[in-house]
Design a protein around this ligand. Structure first.
Ligand SMILES: Nc1ncnc2c1ncn2[C@@H]1O[C@H](COP(=O)(O)OP(=O)(O)OP(=O)(O)O)[C@@H](O)[C@H]1O
Ligand SMILES: [Mg+2]
Length: 416
């Protein structure tokens, strides 16, 4: 590998600081937690959907090390994004440039898009076990543990953070809305409506037109994952079909996944549908919820419900967002905020069961007594004394025979 290439990646070897266009000043809420892991021996892994800010956090960490007066040549960054090369070649080139003894010196090694490096698991394991002073920080835009092999090879050596698109709280902070200004009608509402519709991809916040927005999400998120990332990991006959499924789920957030009927509808084998849905999940484009059962997270056999992981995906495919449909997008926000795993369906339906608490989203002008029915049914059946109803405006607690139901305005809850 060329020395010049590696030097290009590591401009702090010769300059005073990390380029502020790379180490952006705005820090995610999770950043301090990640930074704490810089001193631990574990491999620190950042994974998550495309374009959410993984590489940016790596540069912010590098900036932090530089500020802490770590010898700048002891910080190595490399991205496997465009160059196909083995890890040992990268390290050899590094050693040639700086003549470091990697056994004796503490060196911070940042490896971006590591999933593109063939056989990285074994190589990394080798370095990790042989050179305890090396600190690896890696990132990937797919769940790095899709493959059983990763689990087996790196189990116990790696600590993984999953990054999601910006939260509403981060979105407000990014837009310089201070916490003492949290007045809904005057301050929050316009931001809330925009965030709920268009989601949390930071680069899109400044886009002026729908065209720019949609082109960006299509090209840099959807197409990149569907045509590049997923086919690299799995043999796929029909990547276009991934997009068909993604569009279906994004325009029907919360839809029940019925493999049988999807199989008929698209004339594809059930297993194919199942695999494709799983690929979308593993690349963080969709999330799946299972039917709640006490004592276990989900039931295996019952149908799952699927949501896009960000409303930007819904906005991409939906020509017009109607008032009614907006409520569904609000529900998607709730699911993604909680990283919810379960819903509950009996006669009625509970949107989310989170830590055994039933949560219903009713984004409507008025709450009626009917709206408590299923919550009460759940509370009775599972002997839970607490339920939650996320509303448009109403805020109060109501005592029922079954227990207490808290009504909380959605935007407020989102900022909790
Ligand atoms: N902390 C931040 N503050 C402001 N903007 C940000 C921040 N993080 C990311 N962005 C914006 O989002 C864009 C994508 O960020 P970044 O390249 O870090 O994402 P990524 O997760 O590495 O994406 P990919 O998976 O495609 O490599 C950046 O170019 C920047 O415009
Ligand atoms: Mg990146």
């Amino acid at each position: 590998m060329e020395k010049a290439k590696l030097e290009e990646f590591n401009h702090w070897w010769t300059s005073k600081k990390v380029d502020t266009e790379l180490a952006l000043p705005f820090k995610r809420d999770i950043y301090p937690e990640i930074e704490k892991h810089l001193d631990k021996r574990f491999i620190l892994a950042l994974v998550g959907l495309r374009r959410v800010g993984k590489t940016t956090i790596m540069y912010q960490l590098i900036q932090k090390l530089v500020e802490a007066n770590i010898n700048k040549t002891n910080i190595l960054f490399f991205s496997f994004d465009e160059i196909s090369v083995k890890l040992n070649k990268v390290l050899e080139t590094y050693k040639e440039i700086h003549s470091k003894d990697i056994r004796a010196e503490k060196i911070y090694i940042f490896l971006d898009e590591i999933q593109k490096c063939e056989g990285w698991e074994n190589e990394l394991k080798k370095y990790y076990d042989l050179y305890p002073k090396l600190k690896f920080i890696i990132s990937g835009s797919e769940s790095l543990f899709i493959r059983k092999k990763t689990k087996e090879t790196l189990a116990g050596r790696i600590f993984e953070f999953t990054l999601a698109p910006f939260t509403f709280m981060e979105y407000l902070r990014f837009n310089k809305v201070e916490e003492n200004e949290f007045k809904y009608e005057t301050k929050i509402k316009p931001f809330f409506n925009k965030f709920a519709e268009k989601g949390g991809f930071p680069e899109t916040f400044s886009f002026e037109t729908d065209k720019d927005f949609k082109e960006y999400i299509q090209a840099l998120v959807v197409d990149k994952i569907v045509y590049k990332d997923i086919p690299r990991m799995f043999k796929l006959e029909d990547p276009d079909f991934l997009k068909v499924l993604l569009e279906l789920i994004s325009t029907n957030p919360g839809m029940y996944i019925d493999y049988q009927s999807l199989s008929k509808q698209f004339e594809k084998d059930r297993r194919v549908i199942k695999n494709y849905i799983n690929y979308l999940k593993e690349s963080f484009l969709i999330t799946l919820l299972g039917n709640y059962r006490k004592g276990s997270i989900t039931t295996l056999r019952k149908k799952k419900r699927a949501y896009p992981t960000d409303n930007a995906l819904t906005y991409l495919y939906k020509p017009k967002i109607e008032e009614d449909f907006f409520g569904r997008m609000i529900e998607t926000l709730a699911v993604n905020k909680l990283k919810a795993l379960s819903f509950w369906k009996n006669r009625g339906e509970i949107d989310i069961v989170y830590e055994d608490i039933p949560i219903e989203v009713k984004y409507q002008e008025k709450i009626n007594s009917e709206d408590f029915k299923t919550l009460k049914e759940f509370m009775k059946k599972f002997n839970k004394k607490e339920g939650m109803l996320l509303t448009k405006n109403e805020e109060k607690e109501i005592k029922f025979e079954e227990g207490i139901i808290k009504l909380i305005p959605f935007w407020k809850w989102l900022l909790e």
